[in-house]
Design a protein around this ligand. Sequence first.
Ligand SMILES: [Zn+2]
Length: 284
Amino acid sequence: MVNEFKLKQEICEVGRKIYAKGFAAANDGNISVRVDDKTVLCTPTMVSKGYLKPDDICTVDMTGRQIGGRRKRTSEVLLHLEIYKVRPDVKAVVHCHPPYATAFSVAGEEIPTCVLPEVEVFLGTIPTARYETPGASAFAETILPFVGKAKIAVLKNHGTVAWSEESVDRAYWWTEILDAYCRILVLAKQIGRVERISEPKVEELLDLKERFGLGVDPRRMEHADLCVNTDFGRGFRSPAECGCPTPSASPMTPPEILKPGAVSDEEVERMVREITDRIMAAVK
Ligand SMILES: [Zn+2]
């Protein structure tokens, strides 16, 4: 028998974490957990995820119709339900707006891979779903192409959605790992460039992933490229690309008199002799 109260408590706990991490401003974000094949618990609309109580959690059926709870359910539960319908093994879904991961989609950048070992092992490729107005069924459908081959997806110009076959806390983990990763990528690019792990070394990580019992990476099953968006963080742009002054036109150009050939050897010798004579005269 499923302990619904315990599941509601777990939802509240994850709500506090996403709020504390800055992944959900004001009433942003929503969380759900599957109770059985007909029922899902989800967060209510217009309530901060940082202050949820078990009593606030709503119950819906698989069509999104509310069947329990004193508050109105979130409209974005339709997105969660699409995932539960396509993946009967999924137990929980977390949607929020983590700033660093979301910023990649706002900038039109795919999340690069082959940079950090933990990301390769736990997440793999992180797809970005196309933009659609939140709440409607067309929005829910944007992530369907990815639910079979990822654990988390970025929703373009919106946020992230993560799912787990284990627990709501795991779905939160994927979100936390992704946002910490994106933050490191942004910091690294500010310092200089993003250096990658070589493909043979990534293959070793995927072997480890299988040995840990975390399954075969979908990239291997599909014979897809291991490393995506390898253009990200190639380092500082050349002067021509950024429109910066080129070295020859900069104020650091040596003055005309110091250019080779501008002063003859005889002249230099005469100047040195004159300076030496003046010093000697001053010493006397
Ligand atoms: Zn949202």
